[in-house]
Design a protein around this ligand. Structure first.
Ligand SMILES: [Zn+2]
Length: 318
């Protein structure tokens, strides 16, 4: 018969703590639990925008905060009572519109953004709070940040010539790793940014890819997918948005080869659960099909696409 030691005994053996104090044993147990905690990446349905909650054990990161204060309620419903790391992929309002409310509502330990000012009122409000609340500001350098048993690798934003307003292409990227699992989040990066990361050989193959720029055609190329080789693509966007996201050309690329494509406008929150080994599964929180949206005259022209504009067989149907 195979003898399986109990968790407590295992912790004691691992920690070499025979004869240690109860406090030391408790600390070792906490550390062991953190090292084996499952990872959850929750793509929150915040309409047209991004807000991605990453949790490992009791450690919490939030990547972007949607366009409005509503994100705070979504975080509370998810049971979030603090944030260890808040990240702004870039400083457009559909990514940091709710960040000031988050900083006002929850204790936040560290804040990382792309380091490029957008000279917008919302970014000013956010950075004022970072300073006033003594939140540690992190530069978007090529650093590695531990989050429980997961690791976040920062992809510094592209260095672009000139002083043009290029927030999208200056998005900071993140690779989320646990065991053999990897997910890639790159904000609203467009072709210039993703080509720069490819040329710098900074992009690994991944299991889950967040579609850049809400499924825009300028956020994906064949070369990007050939390098990242995702099994699952998740698009964060609002239904019937005025940008026509997701673009049909992008959907065709994402869906090629049988990749599973989830969309927050169809599926609500999309949750990726990762075991310590790296095995993962993806589930949608909404399982009923989206209501058909009456098309406005402009949409009838074909500029904007809804579910009706989706290539046949593309996307996991709710
Ligand atoms: Zn955006």
């Amino acid at each position: 018969m195979r003898i399986v030691p109990s968790t407590s005994l295992l912790v004691m053996l691992l920690a070499g703590c025979i004869g240690e104090t109860p406090e030391a044993i408790a600390r070792a147990q906490t550390a062991a639990a953190r090292d084996t905690a499952p990872l959850e990446i929750r793509f929150l349905d915040v309409g047209q925008g991004d807000a991605i909650l990453i949790r490992s054990g009791d450690k919490v990161a939030l990547v972007d905060a949607g366009s409005s204060d509503n994100v705070v309620q979504k975080l509370r419903v998810a049971g979030v009572d603090h944030i260890d790391l808040a990240v702004a992929s870039h400083n457009h309002s559909d990514h940091i519109g709710g960040m000031d409310a988050v900083l006002d509502s929850l204790p936040v330990r560290t804040y990382l953004d792309n380091g490029y000012p957008a000279t917008t009122r919302i970014q000013t409000r956010v950075l004022q709070r970072v300073e006033a609340k003594n939140i540690t500001y992190l530069q978007p350098t090529a650093r590695t940040i531990g989050l429980g048993s997961a690791t976040l690798r920062v992809l510094p934003p592209a260095r672009l010539p000139g002083d043009a307003e290029e927030q999208n292409n200056r998005s900071v990227g993140l690779i989320v790793e646990q065991g053999t699992f990897r997910a890639l989040l790159t904000g609203d990066s467009e072709t210039q940014a993703i080509n720069g990361w490819l040329e710098a050989n900074m992009i690994p193959d991944v299991d889950v890819l967040k579609a850049a720029h809400h499924g825009s055609r300028n956020g994906v190329t064949r070369a990007w997918l050939a390098r990242t080789r995702p099994e699952v693509v998740i698009i964060s966007l609002g239904g019937d948005n005025s940008y026509g996201h997701p673009h049909v050309a992008a959907l065709r690329l994402y869906c090629a080869g049988g990749r599973r494509v989830f969309r927050t406008d169809w599926h609500g929150d999309v949750v990726v659960s990762v075991e310590p080994s790296g095995r993962y599964q993806v589930r949608a929180t909404r399982t009923t099909p989206p209501r058909a949206t009456p098309r406005s005259p402009r949409r009838a022209s074909g500029r904007a696409r809804t579910a009706a504009g989706t290539p046949p067989g593309c996307g996991v149907r709710p």
